[in-house]
Ligand binder design. Structure first.
Ligand SMILES: Cc1cc2nc3c(=O)[nH]c(=O)nc-3n(C[C@H](O)[C@H](O)[C@H](O)COP(=O)(O)OP(=O)(O)OC[C@H]3O[C@@H](n4cnc5c(N)ncnc54)[C@H](O)[C@@H]3O)c2cc1C
Length: 472
C-alpha cells in the first residue's frame, strides 16, 4: 500500500500518498494513525455506539502545533475533516467516515490559578479532568453533569449543569480561547481580541476552528454540596409534575431541581421490588447551608409519596460522576430535544403518554430547569440564543440491539412531534443529525444571521463542516 483512500470534503473520493502521511507523522509530537495501528481503534471510538465510523487518517494531537499541521494537511488535501473533543456528541459528528479525524483526547491538561480563580483547559479535556483540578482549590467550572463528557463540544455549544442557574452557562464563564483557524493560524479569541470569533464560539459549536485551550472563570463552591435524589411514585406523576412546574420556578438560583422519568436503576436506597419499575426521579443540588437546603426540599418530599430518597453533603467530584454508569460508552443512542415554554397540563399529558411506553429500560425523559443567571443575560450577548425558556425536554433513547433501531427512533420522533406545540428552539448540543433547518432552530434569526457572517469570515470554505453546520 503506497496510498490511502479518502473521502474529500466535496463528497468525492481521492487518495493521499503514504509518504505525505509519514512526513506529517514525523513532524508531529503526537501520532498519525491509520487502520491497523495499535491505537487506531480506541482513538476512532465515540460515545454513541450507533455510529461505527472509520476515519482513513487520524491525527492524534499532543499540542496546538500538531493541530495546526493537521488542519493544513486536511485543507491542502481537501479532506473531509472531523474534530473529536470528548467524543460524546450523540449526533456522532466527531468521527469522519473515511475522512480525517483530529483527535484531541491526549490534550487534557488543566491548570488552575487559585488566586485568580481561573482554569486553563486543553481542548480534549473531559469534565472529570476539570473537576479534579479545580476541586483542589474548592473551585468548579460551570459545565455538565456526566464526568466523561468533553469540555470542547459542551462549551462550544453552551454548557449547562448543576451550578449554571447560579453561575451561568459554560460560555458565560469563558474568558478566552486559543483557536486554530481554517487557514492554519493560531489566534486568541476574547473580549479584547477577535471579538466576532469569541462571540461565535460561545454557542456556535465547532464551526469556526479547533479550540486547543479554553480559559474559564471558576466558581468557589467548596468541595461538598448538599445534594440528593428523591424517587417519586410514577402513579402520582401527574400531580408531582403539576407541583414541580411552579415550585422550581420559585426557588433561589442556588437550588437546582430537575426531573427524570425512567425505569428505576438499582439504587441502594430503593427496595429491590422498585428496581426496574417506572419512577420519577427528582435530583437536586443546593449551593448553601445544609439546613436551608433541607428546608427547601421539604415540599418535594411531602407533595406525593416517595419510594425512597438519599441526600446529604456529597463531595462534588462524587456527585459529578454519580450518574456516569447510566450512560457509559457503547450503547446505541438517539436524542431528540427542545426547550419548553412551560409544563402545561397538555405538555404533561404528552410526557406521560410517551413515558408510559418507553421502548427500552435504558430510555429516559430528562427535564432540567434552566432559569436563573443564564436567563438574565441578553439573547445576543453570545451565540447561545434561547435563554428565556424555563425547561428543556431531552428525549434520551438508548438501546443495545440494531434490530431495535426503528422502534426506538420512531418513539423519539413521535414524542418530539407530540410536544412540539409546547416548544421553542433547541439546544444545539442535544441535536441529532436533523438537517440545516433544525440547526437554525437552535438560534434566533438575528443570531443565525450573525453566525453565518462569522462563518464566512473565519471558515469561508466550510472546512469545519462535520458538526451542526452553519454553511458560509
Ligand atoms: C451522556 C451525556 C450527557 C450530557 N450532559 C450534558 C450536560 O449536562 N450539559 C450540557 O450542556 N451538555 C451535555 N451533553 C451534551 C454535550 O454537551 C455534547 O454532546 C457535546 O458535544 C460533547 O462534547 P464532546 O467534546 O465530548 O463531543 P465530541 O463528539 O467530541 O464533539 C462534538 C462536536 O464538537 C466540536 N468540538 C469538540 N471539541 C472541540 C474543540 N476542542 N474545538 C473545536 N471543536 C470541537 C466538533 O465539531 C465535534 O463534532 C451530554 C451529552 C451526553 C452524551
Amino acid at each position: 500500500m503506497d496510498s490511502v483512500n479518502v473521502q474529500t470534503a466535496d463528497g468525492s473520493r481521492s487518495t493521499v500518498d503514504l509518504t505525505a502521511i509519514d512526513a506529517l507523522d514525523a513532524n508531529a509530537k503526537g501520532r498519525i494513525l491509520l487502520a491497523g495501528d495499535q491505537e487506531y481503534e480506541s482513538s476512532r471510538k465515540i460515545w454513541n455506539g450507533f455510529f461505527d465510523r472509520k476515519p482513513s487518517i487520524i491525527a492524534r494531537c499532543m499540542e496546538s502545533g500538531d493541530v495546526v499541521k493537521a488542519v493544513k494537511f486536511a485543507r491542502d488535501n481537501s479532506l473531509l475533516l472531523s474534530v473529536k473533543g470528548g467524543g460524546h456528541n450523540s449526533a456522532g459528528t466527531a468521527a469522519a467516515e473515511d475522512g480525517m479525524m483530529v483527535d484531541l483526547s491526549l490534550m487534557r491538561q488543566v491548570t488552575v490559578d487559585g488566586r485568580k480563580k481561573t482554569a486553563r483547559v486543553e481542548g480534549g479535556a473531559l469534565l472529570s479532568d476539570v473537576d479534579f483540578e479545580t476541586q483542589q482549590h474548592g473551585l468548579a467550572v460551570s459545565a455538565g453533569i456526566i464526568s466523561h463528557t468533553g469540555v470542547g463540544g459542551l462549551t462550544l455549544g453552551g454548557g449547562f449543569g448543576w451550578i449554571s442557574r447560579k453561575h451561568g452557562l459554560s460560555v458565560d464563564n469563558l474568558i478566552s480561547a486559543e483557536v486554530v483557524t481554517a487557514d492554519g493560524r493560531k489566534v486568541t479569541a476574547s473580549a479584547e481580541q477577535n471579538q466576532d470569533l469569541f462571540w461565535g464560539i460561545r454557542g456556535g459549536g465547532g464551526n469556526f476552528g479547533i479550540v486547543t485551550s479554553f480559559e474559564f472563570q471558576c466558581a468557589q463552591i467548596g468541595t461538598e454540596v448538599f445534594s440528593g435524589l428523591i424517587v417519586k411514585k410514577f402513579a402520582d406523576a401527574r400531580k408531582y409534575m403539576q407541583f414541580h412546574r411552579d415550585f422550581v420556578r420559585g426557588l433561589p438560583d442556588e437550588m437546582t431541581v430537575w426531573m427524570v422519568v425512567r425505569h428505576a436503576p438499582p439504587l441502594p436506597f430503593l427496595n429491590e421490588a422498585v428496581h426496574g419499575s417506572m419512577v420519577v426521579i427528582v435530583p437536586f443540588v443546593w449551593l448553601g447551608e445544609k439546613d436551608k437546603g433541607e428546608e427547601l426540599v421539604k415540599p418535594i418530599r411531602s407533595i406525593t409519596a416517595s419510594h425512597g430518597e438519599a441526600m446529604g453533603m456529597n463531595p462534588w467530584v462524587n456527585w459529578q460522576s454519580g450518574f456516569d454508569g447510566l450512560v457509559e460508552h457503547g450503547a446505541r443512542n438517539y436524542w431528540k430535544s427542545h426547550h419548553l415554554t412551560d409544563l402545561s397540563d397538555g405538555c404533561i399529558d404528552a410526557i406521560l403518554e410517551f413515558a408510559s411506553k418507553l421502548p427500552t429500560d435504558e430510555c429516559e425523559v430528562f427535564i432540567p430547569h434552566m432559569e436563573g443567571v443564564p436567563g438574565r443575560v441578553s439573547e445576543t450577548r453570545t451565540a447561545f440564543a434561547h435563554r428565556r425558556t424555563p425547561f428543556l425536554l431531552n428525549i434520551h433513547t438508548r438501546w443495545r440491539k440494531a434490530s431495535d433501531d426503528e422502534k426506538c427512533i420512531r418513539w423519539a420522533k413521535d414524542f418530539h412531534d407530540r410536544t412540539q406545540p409546547f416548544a421553542k428552539g433547541v439546544y444545539v448540543n442535544f441535536l441529532s443529525q436533523e438537517g440545516e433547518d433544525r440547526v437554525k432552530e437552535a438560534y434566533t434569526p438575528e443570531v443565525w444571521e450573525r453566525l453565518v457572517a462569522v462563518k464566512k469570515k473565519w471558515d469561508p470554505t466550510n472546512l469545519f463542516r462535520l458538526n451542526q453546520n452553519i454553511r458560509p
